[in-house]
Design a protein around this ligand. Structure first.
Ligand code: AR6
Length: 178
């Protein structure tokens, strides 16, 4: 599903974040050490190869809400933006830390003059953030950022499962109508 808001394409699609050749950057749901892990981080590091972790090491550790940018190596993108989401129930305030992830990722994309970026559902896997709450934070953060954007033309949310896809699609419909 796609919509255009303030000249920026907002897309929601089911897929694997490590297989998005048309995007300049993909966002990694990282750990503090920026090391290969499970879920998104496992897929991203697995496809990028060991050079990615070598570039990451001196940039770590990062704190919840922070983001850093690297090259993408074996991935079909120019860059990876690594972001540490909050662990739900531990890192507080969760909503503000999650919002910072998305805001800081967009900021890095803009600073690097990227035209497209793909996000997974940061914190909604191993870190346990309830998906219904996370999607609210994502769009409440995204919409006020759109008027500041100069370079990005496409922002894509890459959802792994059907439940996530439906949540994002209904939110996007709500926004497109409202
Ligand atoms: N593409 C898109 N989405 C995915 C993919 C994929 N290949 N794989 C999983 N998801 P998670 P977190 C979904 O656990 O909660 C790692 O081990 C998944 O269904 O990757 O921020 C790191 O090293 C879920 O909805 O990220 C950290 O230690 C969402 O992406 C920790 O997990 C995020 O799941 C980070 O946990």
């Amino acid at each position: 599903m796609k919509t255009v808001i303030q000249n920026i394409g907002i897309e929601v699609e089911k897929g694997d974040i490590s297989r998005q050749p048309e995007l300049d950057a993909v966002v990694n749901a990282a750990n503090a050490e920026l090391a290969p892990g499970g879920g998104v981080a496992g897929a991203i590091h697995g496809t990028a190869g060991p050079q990615l972790y070598e570039e990451c090491k001196p940039l770590a550790p990062i704190a919840p809400g922070e983001a850093v940018i690297t090259k993408a190596y074996g991935l079909p993108n120019k860059h990876v933006i690594h972001c540490l989401g909050p662990v739900y129930g531990r890192d507080k305030p969760e909503d503000q830390l999650l919002a910072s992830c998305y805001r800081n990722s967009l900021k890095l994309a803009e600073e690097n003059k990227l035209e497209s970026i793909g996000f997974p559902g940061i914190s909604t896997g191993i870190f346990g953030y309830p998906k219904e709450q996370a999607v609210e934070v994502v769009f409440n953060t995204l919409l006020p950022e759109l008027p500041k954007i100069r370079h990005l033309k496409k922002i894509k949310f890459v959802m792994f499962g059907d439940q996530d896809l439906q949540l994002y699609e209904s939110k996007l419909k709500e926004i497109a109508v409202g």
